[in-house]
Ligand binder design. Structure first.
Ligand SMILES: [Zn+2]
Length: 236
């Protein structure tokens, strides 16, 4: 990203796309879709970043984006707030599956392997982010899709699952037998998506503007450490 016009355009893209493009997983949720990052080397639609984790009270955590991820000064770093590494990527999400019906969101009952689940149709670009996991186990599951397809994410429909909570959280990434059916127009649209770090920077700025007002769907309070290594281990 370089130059006034490029940055201005990116910011406009982020704003016009709405600020809540992330999928927040509850225990047992699944998302089925296609990772749209094109290039395994230089593509900011798959990026890693730092996230600060502050314990507000026992088992109540607040997560904030670390601005050092974008090369900027970070007050949380200055204040010694622990942080951990995560990675995020854009996915064209066809739908998500849930163990229970969702509040305020339409779902339909489907039967998967003999079990009743609740499907929410998405059919849009979304961001998924996850921890690297102990010994990079979650990252390795994610990248195995890439390596098993001749260094390409775009040819397979994947299933991302999160089960368990706290330090027992497990993230799964596996390939499905479904066929990728995105149109040329959708691939073109995917090219215009903002970078992951740009997206989180913008969202963090919005959150600071709206200080004290919780932004819908951003869980500032959550349980546990999301399956990651000991938080203090990923300090600096
Ligand atoms: Zn920081």
């Amino acid at each position: 990203m370089a130059g006034v016009e490029e940055i201005t355009k990116r910011k406009a893209d982020i704003s016009s796309n709405g600020i809540n493009r992330e999928i927040f997983f509850q225990d047992g949720d699944q998302v089925i879709g296609v990772v749209v990052t094109k290039d395994g080397v230089q593509d900011n639609r798959l990026q890693d970043y730092w996230q600060h984790v502050m314990e507000l009270s026992p088992k109540k955590w607040e997560y904030t984006f670390c601005k050092e991820s974008a090369g900027q000064e970070c007050v949380d770093c200055d204040g010694g707030v622990p942080r951990r590494r995560r990675f995020g990527f854009w996915i064209y999400a066809y739908y998500s599956l849930h163990n229970k019906p969702l509040d305020r969101v339409e779902t339909k009952e489907v039967r998967v392997l003999g079990k009743i689940l609740y499907q929410r149709d998405i059919n849009d670009f979304r961001i998924i982010n996850m921890p690297f996991g102990r010994n990079d186990s979650f990252w390795n599951r994610f990248t195995s899709v890439y390596y098993e397809n001749d260094s390409n994410f775009n040819t397979s429909v994947i299933r991302v699952t999160k089960t368990g909570e706290g330090i027992k959280t497990d993230w799964g990434v596996s390939q499905t037998k479904s066929t990728v059916d995105l149109t040329e127009e959708q691939w073109e649209e995917a090219k215009k998506l903002p970078g992951i770090v740009d997206y989180f920077m913008e969202r963090e700025e919005q959150r600071q503007v709206a200080k004290g007002v919780p932004i819908d769907e951003i869980p500032t309070l959550d349980l546990g450490s999301d399956g990651d290594d000991d938080i203090t281990k990923s300090l600096f």
